[in-house]
Design a protein around this ligand. Structure first.
Ligand code: URA
Length: 245
């Protein structure tokens, strides 16, 4: 790969910015100052910028706290997409792993690692996804049993068992005009279209707010405000890539 592309893809700036770094003599190619942006970098070469080694990695992984109003797609004619929110100019062909509805917030994983996405989305892997949800009304014991046993949401099969936890009854949702609502966490292992909204609709409840908080072992970083993102840590990447979910 060309040195300027290598540097740009490793996050050191746009192509023209990294060319400037080379001209300024701030880039070392092995032990000597780099002279040409078109110089080829092989896996045996070492590249430094301002004395710090720059490591190019084939795959990139970001966690985004998706805000409402943004669509889970790579491109959209009308709406901003989750990919539009990742501002690193070098980010390559990122796509979201799975889809959240436009009005859903929370953990969106963006990567260019197709094999990982395939493993996480594969129905046979039963990867757990946990959501915080606020719904209208109060959940009954019967409702909870329905979720445990699988619900008919109009598909050819019942949903797989879902686990409901930390159920807080009787909160007010003044802004929506609802007098009573319930907040809880729900963990599902599938990814059917509007699945959670349809599951609650089947027991007569409307979802007022939905936020994904984890995918497998990967937890949404509480420090990320809606619209903010960060790269996964080495540990998070290792856990995901090893299939620790
Ligand atoms: N279930 C839904 O209904 N919507 C989402 O965005 C995710 C799960």
């Amino acid at each position: 790969m060309r040195l300027d592309k290598y540097l740009a893809q490793a996050g050191m700036g746009t192509r023209s910015e990294v060319k400037k770094l080379i001209r300024q003599g701030r880039v070392l190619f092995n032990e000597t100052p780099a002279d040409r942006p078109e110089r080829k970098v092989t896996e045996n070469d070492r590249v430094f910028v301002d004395g710090k080694q720059v490591v190019w990695e084939q795959y990139e992984y970001f966690m985004l706290n998706k805000p409402a109003g943004v669509v889970s797609a790579t491109k959209d004619a009308k709406d901003r997409t989750v990919v539009d929110l990742i501002k690193c100019p070098h980010s390559r062909e990122l796509f979201p792993v799975g889809r959240l509805d436009k009005d859903t917030e929370g953990l969106s994983l963006l990567t260019n690692d197709g094999a990982l996405a395939h493993r996480l989305l594969s129905p046979g892997k039963h990867v757990e996804k946990t959501y915080f949800v606020r719904v209208t009304g109060v959940l009954t014991e019967q409702d909870i049993l329905f979720f445990q046993n699988g619900i008919d949401i109009g598909d050819s099969t019942l949903t797989k068992p879902a686990v409901l936890s930390r159920i807080e009854k009787g909160q007010r949702a003044a802004a929506t005009g609802e007098t009573v609502c319930t907040e809880l966490f729900i963990t599902i292992t599938e990814g059917r279209y509007h699945q959670i909204k349809r599951m609650f609709a089947a027991v007569g409840k409307k979802v007022l707010y939905l936020k994904r908080v984890s995918i497998g072992g990967l937890q949404l970083d509480q420090g990320l405000k809606p619209g903010e993102y960060r790269r996964l840590t080495e540990q998070e990447k290792a856990d995901l890539c090893k299939g620790n979910f």
